[in-house]
Design a protein around this ligand. Structure first.
Ligand code: FES
Length: 164
């Protein structure tokens, strides 16, 4: 059982802090006891779906949209600090914000390097039939995660969210 004294914010790369959050007010999103270590939850604030993840590095808050094609990461899998997307099996490292495994569709990584579609070991990469869908997959860039600052106050997980 997680006590509120065990839970703490995780450090994230400062350059990956979400836009507009530096002076944003902290809002209580969830009772700290509702997020045991090793779990993740979506909490919606207005139009923003926030993904809260409690890991052995602490609590991360990021948008609940895959950095590939926006699927909800909250219904994916969590393995330590790696969250897996349910749609194309992309895996993302919460500590670094980087892609740990490219989506099966391939495409561009955060630095703009092209990766082909996934293929089983020993087989040639699948060649997409030419067309807009293939072009869209090839040109879709997998971004790095962006983070919302977290604090724990009065037993609640609070997240800095810009006012809109
Ligand atoms: S939407 Fe998540 S890997 Fe494609």
């Amino acid at each position: 059982m997680t006590s509120t004294t065990d839970i703490h914010p995780a450090a994230f790369p400062p350059r990956l802090q979400a836009a507009g959050t530096t002076d944003a007010p902290f809002r209580p999103l969830l009772d700290a006891t509702a997020l045991p270590e090793g779990t993740m939850r979506r909490v919606t604030v207005g139009e923003l779906d926030v993904l809260l993840v409690n890991t052995d590095h602490g609590v991360f808050a990021t948008e609940d949209r895959c950095p590939h094609m926006s699927a909800p990461l909250s219904i994916g899998e969590l393995d330590g600090c790696i969250v897996s997307c349910p749609l194309h099996e992309g895996r993302f490292d919460l500590v670094s914000g980087d892609t740990a495994q490219m989506p099966t569709t391939g495409g561009l990584d955060a630095d703009g390097t092209y990766h082909p579609t996934w293929s089983p070991a020993g087989k040639d990469p699948k060649v997409d039939p030419p067309g807009k869908k293939a072009e869209a997959r090839r040109l879709t860039r997998v971004r790095r995660l962006r983070y919302y600052p977290v604090r724990i106050a009065d037993g609640a997980i609070e997240v800095a969210i810009p006012e809109r």
